[in-house]
Design a binder for this molecule. Structure first.
Ligand SMILES: Cc1cc2nc3c(=O)[nH]c(=O)nc-3n(C[C@H](O)[C@H](O)[C@H](O)COP(=O)(O)OP(=O)(O)OC[C@H]3O[C@@H](n4cnc5c(N)ncnc54)[C@H](O)[C@@H]3O)c2cc1C
Length: 542
């Protein structure tokens, strides 16, 4: 046998899994088709002197437990927090800043509504508790609902014991949640909110001011084909409020060196643990013999044997690599149903000066450049942007999230210059993007220029990544940034499909370890960690 474990893909989750397996003495090979590690957590020098976080742009969700287990702070991982969380300019020339200091935010919000200023601390406290519960759920496999239902139909003692065993494996999941909500009614209410509510309805319970709601709404839309009034969008908000990587709950920070610095730290730790890392190595087939995985074949024809294979690529890509007949038609169809339409366009640029906002003028670094600038001045603006995509077009007035990594790490741009990373919604996958890229780019640049008129002329170099580019260059299925939508119908026990939430697949020895598995997308490291734990258990090592 060449290896104990082969991992298809060196996304951050594949790298996390490789480290945990190597820590237990396994001989591990990671195969990555690109010439750089990290998948969607990557920094590349696109133009001389400008280092760009090409896809993911902000650090919040990565598990502090993984940082500590793998001592990532000793291999170059350096988090930069900012005093500013959000800067939201409005069309009438006013603005709202969400500071990382909640008391400063209370004061800021009181300019819009005294009542909302009072609600803000309650809102923070709610997310501190829900975030803590969700944070714990991230690091264990979700409850196995099929075992739960099967159990009630069984009379045979041996079978009952097996199902109880399977339930025990996932019961930490429920315990984590109940430990943060001692009142069962309170816990059920949180479940109701996350499973069924829209981000608009949820925010309306706390805030009467349109401006305050507009500031928080985009976190409920990130990367997902939902609008502010779509049921389930409250979960998308929760998904982006559960992070504590910066040391403060629900806060978003940055990394020295951009998001790729995390992947480089993981790769460095993996190499030190003896993991073999092969770049430019595209897997063409995951091989199966007698119902069990036997290894992988690369595009260049090389074959490597392995006891187990973990797939960091998306669930749909995994089915393609192994073959529908090998996983069985029932599983293949369940994965076909996994919604993965992408709707994100990423615009990266080198700029000669920072945006000079009409609402808060200045080209020197200020709070308006140090957090995420949110271009979505009203909830209706975001709803209209979504409507256009819903009816088959792309948003002419898109929702934007704008970040300047060079503000947090000046080594990312030449002196006096800056980088800008713009995450834009909604740009559905199904357009003829090769001929529409220019028009879409213009919509993004115009949307920011309305608020910062110097933006267009400040651009020195630029790249636009449409959903089609995200699929072609990064293998994100249909450009979906999370390998599959993070709506409640596809989370927890339903990810990637009901009955298959535990990382295992119908092929013995083949596992999912990327964002298509629980707890979904974002730079969390959790799918990689959890899949490694299941593999170790199946190999009798955990
Ligand atoms: C534009 C954008 C912005 C985002 N912003 C944020 C953000 O700010 N913060 C955040 O937390 N999250 C963000 N996300 C989401 C987050 O980046 C992803 O969910 C996460 O990085 C996915 O990690 P992964 O390891 O599961 O998969 P990936 O990063 O997709 O890695 C999978 C790897 O497998 C490789 N691969 C695929 N097929 C093969 C094959 N056949 N052979 C060999 N290798 C293969 C791929 O090349 C890739 O390197 C963003 C994503 C995008 C696209």
């Amino acid at each position: 046998m060449d290896y104990d474990a082969i991992i298809v893909g060196a996304g951050h989750n594949g790298l996390v899994a490789s480290c945990y397996l190597a820590l237990r003495g396994l001989k591990v090979l990671v195969l990555e088709r690109r010439n750089v590690v990290g998948g969607a957590a990557v920094t590349e020098e696109l133009w001389p002197g400008y280092k760009i976080s090409r896809l993911s742009y902000s650090y919040s969700l990565f598990s502090p437990k993984i940082v500590s287990d793998l001592h990532l702070d000793q291999v170059g991982l350096e988090v930069v927090s900012s005093d500013t969380e959000l800067f939201v300019p409005f069309e009438d020339g006013r603005y709202l800043i969400v500071w990382s200091d909640p008391h400063r935010t209370v004061k800021e919000i009181s300019r819009y509504s005294e009542r909302d200023a009072k609600s803000y601390l309650e809102f923070e406290e709610y997310w501190r508790r829900v975030g803590a519960a969700l944070g714990e759920l991230m690091l264990s496999p979700p409850l196995d609902l099929t075992s739960l239902l099967t159990l009630s139909q069984l009379t045979d003692a041996t079978k009952i014991l097996r199902h109880v065993g399977e339930l025990m494996e996932t019961s930490r999941f429920l315990r984590a949640f109940s430990s943060h909500f001692s009142q069962p009614r309170e816990a059920i209410d949180v479940l109701r909110t996350l499973a069924f509510m829209s981000v608009h309805d949820f925010l309306s319970e706390y805030f009467e001011s349109e401006e305050v709601r507009a500031a928080f709404v985009p976190r409920g839309l990130i990367g997902t084909m939902v609008g502010p009034r779509t049921p389930g969008s409250a979960y998308v908000l929760a998904h982006h409020m559960m992070g504590e990587s910066t040391g403060k709950s629900s806060s978003w920070g940055y990394l020295k060196g951009g998001m790729g610095a995390l992947s480089l730290a993981l790769a460095s730790r993996a190499s030190a643990l003896g993991v073999h890392l092969m770049l430019g190595a595209e897997v063409q087939e995951i091989s199966v013999k007698d119902g069990k995985v036997s290894g992988v074949r690369l595009k260049d024809g090389r074959f490597f044997q392995s006891r187990v294979v973990l797939c960091n690529a998306s669930p749909k890509h995994m089915v393609e690599l192994v073959g529908r007949e090998k996983v069985g038609e029932e599983y293949a169809k369940a994965i076909d149903r996994f919604k993965d339409q992408g709707c994100v366009l990423k615009f990266n640029a080198a700029i000669s000066e920072l945006p000079d906002y009409r609402a808060l003028p200045g080209k020197q670094v200020g709070p308006q450049h140090s957090g995420i600038t949110s271009i979505s001045p009203t909830e209706d603006y975001a709803e209209r942007a979504f409507d256009e995509a819903k009816y088959g077009r792309f948003s002419k007035e898109p929702v934007l999230r704008v970040v300047h990594h060079s503000v947090h790490d000046p080594s990312m741009a030449p002196p006096g210059h800056h980088t800008v990373s713009i995450f834009a919604l909604y740009f559905p996958y199904h357009h003829r993007w090769d001929s529409m890229k220019e028009e879409a780019t213009d919509a993004v640049v115009d949307a920011l220029s309305i608020f910062a008129p110097n933006f267009r002329s400040s651009i020195v170099h630029q790249e636009t990544l449409t959903p089609l580019d995200l699929e072609r260059e990064f293998r994100l299925p249909r450009g979906n940034i999370f390998h599959g939508e993070i709506t409640p119908d596809q989370m927890f026990s339903f990810r990637p499909a009901p009955g298959w939430s535990g990382y295992r697949t119908p092929v013995k020895g083949l596992y999912l370890c990327g964002s298509g598995a629980h707890p979904g997308g974002g730079v969390t490291g959790a799918p990689g960690h959890n899949a490694a734990m299941i593999v170790l258990k199946d190999l009798g090592l955990n």
